[in-house]
Design a protein around this ligand. Structure first.
Ligand SMILES: Nc1ncnc2c1ncn2[C@@H]1O[C@H](COP(=O)(O)OP(=O)(O)O)[C@@H](O)[C@H]1O
Ligand SMILES: [Mg+2]
Length: 260
């Protein structure tokens, strides 16, 4: 008998979505209220010729979204914290932002509104953690998990990315691979590789502070809904944000000197 049933292989790495599985060359993920908007975005990226995101295949009989599986690895490794990798990530994020051009910046359909007070410029990914960037041979090649995507500013998405990758975090909360990095130099490197406007470089640390404040509130609200958010909150997510904000206050002048 020919085996026609494909195995479902659970994919780990994310904190949030239960039931993400690989089936052959595809990934199946539970759909959410933002799935139609995300699919429209992914199709737009495909039409724009942006290769660094999964393609939409459709929906399966269980109501799950079907995306293409992007070969490579996710999560922090020695090679993914190199300066070359960080510069590559900045270029990839820049290409992604540029590829969203022309996509409507209306707020309906997304998981939430823009987190920046300035008018939206692009559709931000808004969750570029190491688990949501696929690497091959030491270089980032794709962004995955667009569940938190929404219209926002370029700088907001950059700040979110740097929170994880510079990282803007208290050393006690950093993964060992990121503990002893020169954060100011990495902020500068990312901004140079992306081509961040001087006006935005001056605003970057202020926006990071605003973001900490808002994500603390947003996380606490989500935690009240239970599930994995509640687990993350119970695991100290709020305290990590508080410590990161305090670390930023202490190091702000030194970081600013690298940026401008
Ligand atoms: N399209 C994809 N291609 C390759 N790997 C994927 C893909 N989607 C998910 N994964 C893998 O599964 C993990 C969890 O999936 P993700 O979509 O990020 O869900 P979560 O919401 O739980 O973070 C990712 O960190 C990655 O390792
Ligand atoms: Mg994820």
């Amino acid at each position: 008998m020919v085996a026609t049933l494909l195995h479902e292989i659970p994919l780990q790495g994310g904190d949030v979505t239960d039931g993400v599985v690989r089936v052959g060359d595809t990934v199946r993920r539970p759909a959410s209220s933002s799935t139609p908007a995300v699919h429209a975005l992914l199709r737009h990226l495909e039409a724009a010729g942006f290769a660094g995101a999964p393609r939409v295949v459709g929906m399966d009989g269980l109501g799950r979204e079907i995306l293409t599986y992007v070969p490579g690895s996710t999560g922090l490794r020695l090679e993914s914290v190199s300066e070359e990798a960080l510069a590559g990530l900045a270029v990839l994020v820049r290409e992604y932002h540029d590829a969203t051009a022309g996509f409507p910046l209306t707020l309906e359909g997304w998981e939430g509104g823009s987190n920046d007070d300035k008018s939206p410029e692009i559709i931000g990914h808004c969750d570029l953690t190491p688990e949501n960037v696929v690497f091959r041979e030491g270089q980032p090649v794709a962004l995955i998990d667009f569940d938190l995507a929404r219209p926002t500013t370029r700088l907001f998405d950059i700040v979110t990315t740097l929170r994880h990758w510079a990282p803007i975090a208290d050393p006690v909360d950093r993964p060992p691979l990121l503990r002893n990095l020169d954060v100011g130099a990495r902020l500068r490197l990312f901004c140079d590789a992306y081509g961040v406007h001087p006006r935005d470089r001056r605003r970057l640390l202020d926006l990071a502070r605003t973001r900490f404040h808002r994500s603390y509130g947003a996380m606490r609200t989500r935690a009240a809904t239970g599930g994995n958010w509640a687990k993350m909150w119970a695991g100290g997510a709020g305290q990590r944000i508080r410590r990161a904000a305090a670390w930023l206050d202490v190091h702000e002048d030194e970081l600013y000197a690298h940026l401008v």
